[in-house]
Design a protein around this ligand. Structure first.
Ligand SMILES: *[C@@H]1O[C@H](CO)[C@@H](O)[C@H](O)[C@H]1NC(C)=O
Ligand SMILES: *[C@@H]1O[C@H](CO)[C@@H](O)[C@H](O)[C@H]1NC(C)=O
Ligand SMILES: *[C@@H]1O[C@H](CO)[C@@H](O)[C@H](O)[C@H]1NC(C)=O
Ligand SMILES: *[C@@H]1O[C@H](CO)[C@@H](O)[C@H](O)[C@H]1NC(C)=O
Length: 268
C-alpha cells in the first residue's frame, strides 16, 4: 500500500513540475486527471515560497489530525471591501466550500446589458483546510478558475472524493445549495439575495485568465422561506474569481456562460 502511494505521489510530483506557471497570463494549463480529487489536484499545484519544491499533493498533507477546528472559522470569514451585513448572531459556521462553475447570462438585444439568470457550480469541501490555512484556500479558489472540474457520475470515483455537492438556481432569483450526496448529508437550502458588495479591484494571489472581464460581486444570501426547517440559513459568496459579464450584449448570443470560482461560507 505504502509503495503504491509513493508511486502515486511521485507521478503527481512529476506532473506538478511539468505544469506551466500559473502566473503567466497566457498559460494553457493541463487539465486535471480523473485519478485524483479536484481539491487534491489544486493542492498539488501549490508552490509556496517560489523555488522550493512543491508541497506533496493531497489535502491530508495540509490537515493535521487536530487541525479541523470548525468553530474557529466563525471569526475568520473574509471581509468584503464594503463589508456585508454580519452573520445573524444565533448562527454557527457549518461548511466552507470552493465553488467552480459558470455564471449564466441572457441577452435580449445588442444594445442591452447582459442579465444574470443563474449559475451552476460544483462545490468542494475545504472546511477543515480553511480552519488551518485560509490563505491556502484562497489560493486554491484562484487556481481553480484555470481548470475545469473533471466529471464522473460514479460517486465513488476519486475525483468526487471532496465533493460537497452542487449549487444551482431553482429560478433566476432562487439560488439553491444541495450538499446531500450518496456519500454524506451536509444539508441543503433555497436562498434569496440579501446584499452585495463589489469584488476588490486589486487582484488576489494570481491574475484572472486573460479572457475574463472581472469578478462577480461578493454576496450575502438569506433563507428564502424562513421557518421551513432547512439546514442552511445564511450563505456568503466571497473571494470571487471571474464570472463577470461583458459590458454589453454586442456580439453575444441569447444565453451564455462565464466561468467562475468562489468561496461559499454556509451557516446553520
Ligand atoms: C466537510 O464538511 C463537513 C461539514 O459539512 C466537515 O465536518 C468535514 O470535516 C469536512 N471535511 C473536510 C475534508 O474538510
Ligand atoms: C438583510 O438581512 C437583514 C438581517 O437579517 C435584514 O434586516 C434586511 O432587511 C435584509 N435585507 C434585504 C434586502 O433582504
Ligand atoms: C435565458 O435564455 C434562454 C435561451 O434563450 C431561455 O431558455 C431562458 O428562459 C432565458 N431565461 C430568462 C430568465 O429569461
Ligand atoms: C475563456 O477560456 C476558457 C478556456 O479556453 C473557456 O473555457 C471559456 O469559455 C472562455 N470564456 C470565458 C468568458 O470564460
Amino acid at each position: 500500500m505504502f509503495a503504491i502511494l509513493t508511486c502515486l505521489w511521485l507521478a503527481l510530483l512529476s506532473t506538478t513540475f511539468a505544469l506551466p506557471v500559473l502566473e503567466t497570463r497566457n498559460a494553457e494549463p493541463e487539465e486535471p486527471s480523473s485519478t485524483v480529487s479536484f481539491s487534491d489536484f489544486l493542492a498539488s499545484l501549490h508552490r509556496r515560497g517560489g523555488p522550493s519544491p512543491p508541497s506533496p499533493p493531497g489535502l491530508s498533507n495540509f490537515i493535521g489530525p487536530n487541525s479541523c477546528n470548525i468553530a474557529k472559522l466563525q471569526s475568520s470569514m473574509p471581509t468584503a471591501p464594503t463589508p456585508l451585513p454580519s452573520v445573524d448572531s444565533d448562527l454557527q459556521i457549518s461548511h466552507v466550500a470552493v465553488g467552480r462553475g459558470v455564471q449564466i447570462y441572457n441577452c435580449s438585444d445588442p444594445s442591452s446589458t447582459p442579465t444574470n439568470v443563474g449559475a451552476k457550480a460544483s462545490l468542494f469541501n475545504v472546511t477543515c483546510l480553511a480552519s488551518s490555512d485560509l490563505e491556502f484556500v484562497t489560493w486554491m479558489t484562484y487556481a481553480a478558475l484555470y481548470y475545469s472540474v473533471p466529471s464522473d457520475s460514479d460517486p465513488n470515483s476519486m475525483i468526487n472524493q471532496d465533493l460537497s455537492g452542487h449549487h444551482y438556481f431553482l429560478d433566476p432569483t432562487t439560488p439553491f445549495f444541495n450538499m446531500d450526496t450518496t456519500a454524506h448529508q451536509y444539508g441543503n437550502g433555497a436562498f434569496k439575495k440579501n446584499s452585495t458588495s463589489n469584488a476588490p479591484k486589486t487582484q488576489g494571489p494570481m491574475p484572472l485568465p486573460s479572457n475574463q472581464t472581472g469578478s462577480v460581486a461578493w454576496l450575502k444570501l438569506t433563507e428564502k422561506n424562513p421557518g421551513d426547517g432547512q439546514v442552511f440559513q445564511e450563505v456568503y459568496r466571497l473571494n470571487t474569481v471571474g464570472g463577470a459579464a461583458p459590458a454589453t450584449c454586442q456580439g453575444q448570443p441569447q444565453s451564455f456562460e462565464v466561468q467562475y470560482a468562489a468561496q461559499y461560507w454556509l451557516f446553520t
